[in-house]
Design a protein around this ligand. Structure first.
Ligand SMILES: *Cc1c(COP(=O)(O)O)cnc(C)c1O
Length: 380
């Protein structure tokens, strides 16, 4: 594959290695201080009832921390439940989409919510606007839909989009955004969005298994109306049930308390460091390093052609054919640098680098130096 060089024989000098080798796009680097916080809560919160004060206070702290980080206006509510973003898509088919949705599809994740709505027997066929991977479509006002489904950051391709309510959209139409890999690392304005939903294993550096949704008053009104309707839905996927529980700082069924503890520690860190602006700037610094490095190499190219659409939290870099990404990843992994692989189904000779706020910008720089050394070792 690489001629005479076995990638796992490449040795990177200790003084060029990043301080932490985790560059995955989810689950992603958990900061050691979060794990310390988890251990500190080891006998007081872990292993105790989610219906009692300590865990309820934790859930309350997470809800308040999210409202604080995003500067949510009065009337917004933070709702949470079990199952991660994928389950939230099913939840939304029951409790958020009234009859028909419009989806912007530009990669694997954005296509999945569209598929869920298309499969739901109680919904009309969705309107789907799509582009090839590497770009994103725009939402267009359509009187025949009641939800616009956007994706803030398409994790499979490294394309980010500015969140804007489509011009001409009417008051009753909701903008629902999958922000799973963006939330906490990319900027957005609550007046352009009604539901900003995510899972905590990306910018929030926690573990998987939860979904969280910041909901505008218009979204809350929709949820309450659909909950009062006679549409059948399973209780575990009932957004109205989740809303009622969240208001009491609970989840409908038992949550992963450790995931909440890691999330809470990360939210405190983000808010203490300077809030969303600080987080956004940190990821932007990493991204400027990564894309600038790629543009300066004749064997590396940012996959996303339009610099304005390049994600600051998930960087995708195409490599020249002579340099198989598989070999680069194997060499990096042999040196403790992991999860730099591209999204499988995209099928490109590509590296994909997580640049979430938990990841040190200096480590992204160190990573670029390590890739240079690996490529040189390959003699490419
Ligand atoms: C990771 C990711 C998901 C899937 O999240 P799960 O919690 O695993 O369901 C969905 N959408 C986007 C944009 C993602 O990055």
């Amino acid at each position: 594959m690489l001629g005479p060089v076995d990638p796992t024989d490449v040795r990177l000098p200790a003084d060029v290695l990043p301080s932490d080798g985790r560059f995955g796009c989810g689950p992603s680097k958990v900061r050691p201080e979060q794990l310390d916080a988890l251990v500190a809560a080891g006998t007081t919160v872990m292993g105790t009832s989610h219906r009692k004060a300590p865990v309820k206070q934790l859930v309350g702290s997470v809800r308040a921390g999210i409202a604080d980080l995003f500067g949510l206006p009065d009337g917004w509510e933070v709702v949470l439940g079990n199952g991660g973003t994928t389950v939230f898509w099913d939840v939304a088919t029951f409790g958020l989409v009234e009859r028909r949705s419009q989806h912007l599809v530009f990669g694997e994740f954005s296509s999945k919510f569209a598929d869920a709505c298309a499969a739901a027997p109680h919904l009309d066929d969705p309107s789907v606007r799509s582009t090839d991977p590497g770009d994103h479509p725009d939402a267009v006002a359509d009187p025949d839909v009641d939800v616009y489904a956007l994706t803030h950051n398409e994790t499979s391709t490294g394309v980010a989009m500015d969140l804007r309510r489509p011009a001409g959209a009417s008051d009753g139409q909701l903008v629902a955004v999958d922000a799973t890999s963006a939330a906490g690392g990319l900027p957005w304005r609550p007046d352009e969005v009604d539901v900003y939903y995510f899972a905590p294993q990306k910018c929030f550096a926690s573990d998987g298994g939860l979904w969280l949704a910041a909901c505008s008053p218009a979204a809350v009104e929709r949820i309450e109306r659909l909950t009062a309707s006679d549409r059948w839905r399973p209780a575990s996927l009932d957004l109205g049930v989740a809303l009622a529980n969240s208001r009491q700082d609970q989840t409908y069924n038992t949550p992963a308390v450790a995931t909440l503890l890691l999330l809470d520690a990360q939210l405190r860190w983000m808010n203490d460091q300077g809030g969303i602006d600080w987080c956004v700037e940190r990821s932007r610094t990493s991204a400027a390093t990564l894309y600038g490095w790629a543009e300066a190499r004749d064997w590396a190219t940012p996959f996303v052609a339009d610099p304005g659409k390049r994600s600051a939290v998930v960087g995708t870099i195409d490599l020249a054919e002579a340099i198989p990404a598989e070999g680069v990843n194997a060499a990096l992994r042999a040196n403790g640098i992991v999860d730099t692989d591209s999204y499988r189904k995209l099928g490109r000779n590509q590296l994909r680098i997580g640049m979430f706020p938990a990841i040190e910008p200096s480590d992204v720089e160190a990573l670029t130096r390590c890739i240079d050394i690996v490529v040189e070792a390959f003699g490419a």
